[in-house]
Design a protein around this ligand. Structure first.
Ligand SMILES: NC(=O)c1ccc[n+]([C@@H]2O[C@H](COP(=O)([O-])OP(=O)(O)OC[C@H]3O[C@@H](n4cnc5c(N)ncnc54)[C@H](OP(=O)(O)O)[C@@H]3O)[C@@H](O)[C@H]2O)c1
Length: 206
């Protein structure tokens, strides 16, 4: 599958490494432009290339954003229309500035600025070093580290769940974007090392 990544830091670069290893083709971008990503894409190998943000969004059947929340307005809304956007970012007011979320969850807020984009929240609750090291394809799903996922489009959620499985983790569904508050910083499951079995027992109504 062709996957675009916006943000090439801890999370973006780690996902690029895991997804190229799983056989996907990656276009990865940052704020400074493709020239600044040459060393990274050389390390990632032939399945990855550096791109502008718009090029990465155009390339991806799925696009993953892993940028500071406060930069949400830079996401290319037109190009992302009808695509799946994985929102891996988190909102930290101290880092991102105080933003009026109008009572929305972080992912609902992102989605409200991206009409007709299928926003899925995933990869936001796991520390990037754990993401790099804790996937294990040899384990059955129930015993793998959980990656929490939320979204309003069942098919898109299924597609992202398959990617999570392909890199050695287990998707654990927390429900709708509205429900994704339980995946946000400060929530009980945030940044916790849990197997899928343990995680499922902690999700309300699961
Ligand atoms: N670190 C973690 O363990 C972790 C875990 C889960 C979720 N998260 C969340 O994921 C997001 C990324 O975290 P990170 O640790 O990967 O951050 P990071 O290492 O600081 O990397 C941020 C990346 O975003 C890029 N970026 C910034 N503004 C951009 C814009 N307007 N357009 C395109 N790219 C832009 C930066 O590019 P330049 O360098 O060119 O500016 C950089 O490649 C944050 O929201 C964070 O809260 C982090």
């Amino acid at each position: 599958m062709n996957i675009g990544i916006i943000g090439a830091g801890n999370i973006g670069a780690t996902l690029a490494e895991l997804l190229t290893r799983a056989g996907h083709a990656i276009a990865i971008s940052n704020s400074r432009g493709p020239e600044s990503l040459q060393e990274l894409v050389t390390q990632l190998g032939p399945n990855a290339h550096a791109a502008t943000v718009t090029e990465a969004a155009t390339f991806g059947e799925i696009v993953i954003e892993a940028i500071p929340f406060g930069r949400y307005a830079d996401l290319p809304a037109e190009t992302l229309k009808s695509k799946i956007l994985v929102n891996a970012g988190n909102y930290y007011p101290d880092r991102d500035g105080v933003i009026d979320l109008q009572g929305l969850t972080h992912s609902e807020f992102i989605a409200s600025h991206l009409p007709a984009v299928k926003v899925i929240k995933a990869f936001n609750t796991i520390y990037w070093v754990h993401l790099r090291e804790q996937g294990d394809l040899t384990k059955p799903l129930e015993e793998r580290r959980a990656i929490f996922i939320a979204g309003d489009d069942a098919e898109a959620k299924q597609t992202v769940s398959k990617l999570i499985e392909a890199i050695g983790f287990a998707p654990v569904d927390t429900g709708s974007l509205h429900n994704s508050r339980i995946q946000e910083p400060g929530a009980d499951i945030y940044n916790k090392t849990l197997t899928a079995r343990e995680a499922n027992s902690l999700i309300p109504n699961s």
